[in-house]
Design a protein around this ligand. Structure first.
Ligand code: NAD
Length: 496
């Protein structure tokens, strides 16, 4: 009997009725472990109706009640982190320690959102006009939905749902159908934390579920994280249906390595950021831009590190890098290496020839040198364990290369020169910048987001911008007049 992975609607597991399912694999063994239900338009309607009823109640919950639920949820998540990490590893493939890292970064968002009484404070201007006070308040939107990618099945939902729920909305999560169990685990923890049924829903599904959410009149806002073509289409369809949309897309993150960089620091950072989670991170560094003389020693320093990486089942202690998410994706990544080689890149370390477990969707770590901006291995987001080195003569040439890329999620500079780092931070056209920090994912009290084709919409995700996204402003102008001084006045109200 194959395990079924159901929806979570109205505070309970709800088996799908569409008759459609999708396989879920353990990528380390290649074995199908379950089938996840895929929602139909009718099931989207049921989920939204339940969330709508719950939102109408939840908006009345006091700020301290909401904050209390967030605190309890934070505690449960912390207590059950190991269990959740095992679920992530079994469906995504990333190593257990890395799964714990994603949970820790997700937890930060819950901790931030627990401060909702402070975050929802408005402004107050006494005597804005004579005997007139003006104040601003922020109110929830109602039902909001989050559509999330396979590569962070816990952290990305937590980027969204913690703030959305703290602000008084009901949240519908549509997880990736490739690793859908983490979302259900979060649902159970929310319930144990005291969140009323219907405020957090998990709607399993694919394109059909997403289209249902994008066009449903009772869904007020959509948060999306995934690949660029889907992000763009979600943004266009969602906004055309009158919704507020933030849609984060793909990436091609460059590291600029200056000749004065500490070579070991840079090489360690690049290997960690390029091959961690088998390169399946939107903040993975996939291009090293080597300036001037640093290229040769940098390539050598990278090359000696790769054979030491232990590749295997992420559930086994001591593994550095797990498999890719599916067989098809593994083959696609390998085909990019083939294309890069055919186009003239030098294969310094060949992951296609690495010794990896026979079962499962493994590919070794690949290092390419002499990559150029015309090659597909440079132009496209590969989302696998492949690092390409592009050699440039000057800082300006490197900066121009980064600024001409369609993606602009994250970037990093490696240097010991504070002035050069300051200049880079100022000039680079990318949303998140690291200075000797390879994966500059902002802490939860800042917001996360790229530029250009890495984000469609005006608002970055989580942090203060997340609070704005999940609320709308209202401004109240108030007077308590003395009836004795009341008179008819057809003039436009003045403050002076
Ligand atoms: P994806 O775009 O294939 O899927 C993302 C979500 O969209 C999933 O829930 C999926 O079910 C849904 N979806 C897929 N095809 C759809 C369609 N045609 N219509 C409607 N919905 C559809 O992305 P993925 O492969 O799950 O994740 C990897 C991608 O996500 C990479 O491009 C990565 O860079 C990106 N990503 C970006 C960030 C960021 O913050 N910018 C973070 C994580 C991942």
């Amino acid at each position: 009997m194959t395990t079924r992975i159901p929806h979570w609607i109205d505070g309970r597991e709800t088996e799908g009725t569409s008759g459609r399912t999708s396989p879920v694999f353990n990528p380390a063994t290649g074995v199908e472990t379950a089938r996840v239900d895929l929602a139909s338009a009718d099931e989207v309607g049921d989920a939204v109706a339940s969330a709508k009823a719950a939102a109408a109640e939840w908006r009345h919950a006091s700020l301290s009640k909401r904050s209390g639920v967030l605190f309890a949820f934070r505690h449960l998540l912390h207590e059950h982190a190991d269990e959740l990490a095992a679920i992530i590893t079994a469906e995504h493939g990333k190593v257990h320690g890395d799964a714990l890292g994603e949970i820790a970064r997700g937890l930060e968002n819950v901790e931030f959102a627990a401060g909702v009484p402070q975050l929802m404070k408005g402004g107050f201007s006494e005597q804005a006009g004579t005997d007139v006070d003006v104040y601003s308040i922020r109110q929830p939107l109602g039902v909001v939905a989050g559509i999330t990618p396979f590569n962070f099945p816990a952290m990305v939902p937590l980027w969204m749902c913690a703030n959305a729920i703290a602000c008084g909305n009901a949240f519908i999560l549509k997880p990736s159908e490739k690793d859908p169990s983490a979302g259900l685990f979060l649902a159970r923890l929310w319930q144990q934390a005291g969140l009323p049924d219907g405020v957090f829903t998990v709607l399993q599904g694919d394109k059909e579920a997403v289209e249902g959410l994008l066009t449903h009149p009772d869904v007020a806002a959509i948060s999306f994280v995934g690949s660029t073509p889907i992000a763009q289409s979600i943004y266009e369809t969602g906004t055309a249906h009158g919704k507020r949309v933030q849609a984060l897309g793909g990436a091609k993150n460059h590291a600029l390595v200056l000749p004065d960089a500490d070579l070991d620091v840079a090489a360690d950072a690049l290997v960690s950021a390029a091959y961690g989670a088998a390169g399946e991170r939107c903040m993975a560094l996939s291009v090293a831009v080597a300036v001037g003389d640093v290229a040769e020693p940098l390539v050598d320093a990278l090359a000696v590190r790769l054979p030491k990486l232990v590749i295997g089942d992420g559930a086994q202690a001591g593994t550095d890098m797990g498999p890719l998410i599916t067989r098809e994706h593994r083959d696609r990544v390998a085909s990019y290496v083939d294309a890069g080689e055919a186009a003239g890149a030098t294969v310094v370390v060949d992951g296609r020839a690495s010794e990896v477990p026979d079962e499962g969707f493994f590919l070794g770590a690949t290092l390419l040198d002499h990559v150029t901006s015309e090659m597909t291995v440079y132009r496209d987001e590969i989302f696998g364990p492949v690092l390409g080195v592009v050699r440039v003569e000057t800082y300006d040439e490197g900066l121009a290369l980064i600024n001409s890329n369609q993606f602009a999620n994250g970037t990093a500079i490696f240097t010991r020169d504070g002035g050069a780092a300051r200049r880079f931070q100022y000039d680079v056209e990318v949303g998140m910048v690291g200075i000797n920090v390879p994966i500059p994912v902002p802490v939860a009290y800042y917001s996360f987001g790229g530029w250009k084709d890495s984000l469609f919409g005006d608002t970055h995700m989580y942090g203060p911008e997340g609070i704005n996204f999940y609320t709308r402003g209202k401004v109240v102008t108030s007077r308590w007049p003395d009836p004795a001084s009341s008179s008819v006045d057809l003039g436009f109200p003045r403050t002076r």
